[in-house]
Ligand binder design. Structure first.
Ligand code: NCC
Length: 277
């Protein structure tokens, strides 16, 4: 099949992958009182949105020794993933965090100290969980990958002022559909990585998005994260998540030349508001 051009891909993404969070209006959440539990202000109406410039900082080991910290912090909003720290790594990753995308494992694993760790305070939180492809909310509520629902309820009660959202499974699987539709082979039937989810989330929140070290630069390494010592190629190329296909698709959606992203590890995407279909 014919490969879509850059502009067509961006347009398809804008039309098929608009950010959506649980609003508490659908069952089983409605009857459980989630309309009162979710923030009264929708994510897309938060102060500052749409941001002019945004940075998405992947957790890849390759961002080590990049000295990108100052540049990253110069953006209006900075998105980070899971428990990726800034303290001690400021020179390479910056210190500003506006939004954190977290998978349900992070909320649930005792060693993450999700409820008490300062990593998750004073920022906007956006959580997701690998739901069934059908996006059947009843089925998902009964059997999430990790029980994020109970943790979310507790956290909202403890910190009702903090903006904290759960992504709608439809949004997550729309992203997967987009990946599969633009790949000439069958990709693994697992949701995209937090990285791809975060990039598209920010396309809905920002006018321009600079993505750091998602497409591997010349610093590419087997080091999994800039903040741990584990080495595994799967961290960069994917195993559970269709990460390789996410990266190939993002590569097709940017104008950035090879030498540009290879040297710096940065690619730039337009926000949805800047894409005309
Ligand atoms: O590792 P993780 O991802 O938190 O990384 C965040 C995003 O950065 C991009 N990345 C990371 C490392 C690397 N070498 N190259 C990259 O491109 C990816 O886009 C990635 O999504 C996740 O996606 O939520 C993930 O979470 C971890 C883990 O659960 C959390 O870090 C919490 O400890 C998963 N690893 C395990 O569960 C063992 C990982 O598979 C996916």
């Amino acid at each position: 099949s014919k490969q879509l051009q850059r502009q067509e891909l961006l347009c398809q993404l804008k039309q098929q992958a608009q950010v959506r969070t649980l609003d508490g209006a659908e069952e089983p959440f409605a009857i459980l009182g989630w309309k009162q539990l979710v923030p009264s202000q929708p994510l897309l109406k938060l102060h500052g949105i749409p941001y002019k410039t945004c940075a998405v900082v992947s957790s890849a080991g390759a961002i080590q020794k990049s000295s990108l910290g100052k540049e990253i912090d110069s953006h209006d909003a900075v998105l980070r993933f899971n428990s990726a720290p800034t303290e001690g790594y400021e020179n390479d990753v910056g210190k500003k965090t506006t939004i954190r995308i977290i998978n349900s494992k992070v909320m649930w694993e005792p060693e993450q100290n999700f409820k008490t760790s300062s990593l998750f305070k004073n920022i906007t939180l956006v959580a997701w969980d690998p739901s069934p492809y059908s996006s059947d909310l009843h089925q998902w509520y009964k059997n999430p990958d990790f029980d994020l629902f109970t943790v979310y309820k507790d956290y909202r009660t403890l910190a009702p002022e903090q903006p904290f959202y759960i992504l709608h499974p439809r949004f997550v699987w729309n992203l997967w559909n987009m990946l599969q539709a633009n790949t000439n082979e069958n990709i693994q039937p697992n949701p995209p990585s937090s990285g791809f989810i975060g990039i598209v989330l920010m396309m809905g929140l920002c006018k321009q998005i600079d993505v750091y070290e998602f497409i591997p630069s010349k610093r590419h390494t087997t080091l999994c994260h800039y903040y741990t010592k584990d080495r595994d190629m799967a961290c960069t190329l994917g195993a559970f998540h269709p990460l390789l296909f996410e990266k190939l698709l993002v590569r097709r959606m940017v104008k950035t030349s090879y030498s540009d992203f290879s040297d710096k590890g940065k690619v730039t995407l337009p926000g949805f508001s800047k894409i005309t279909c």
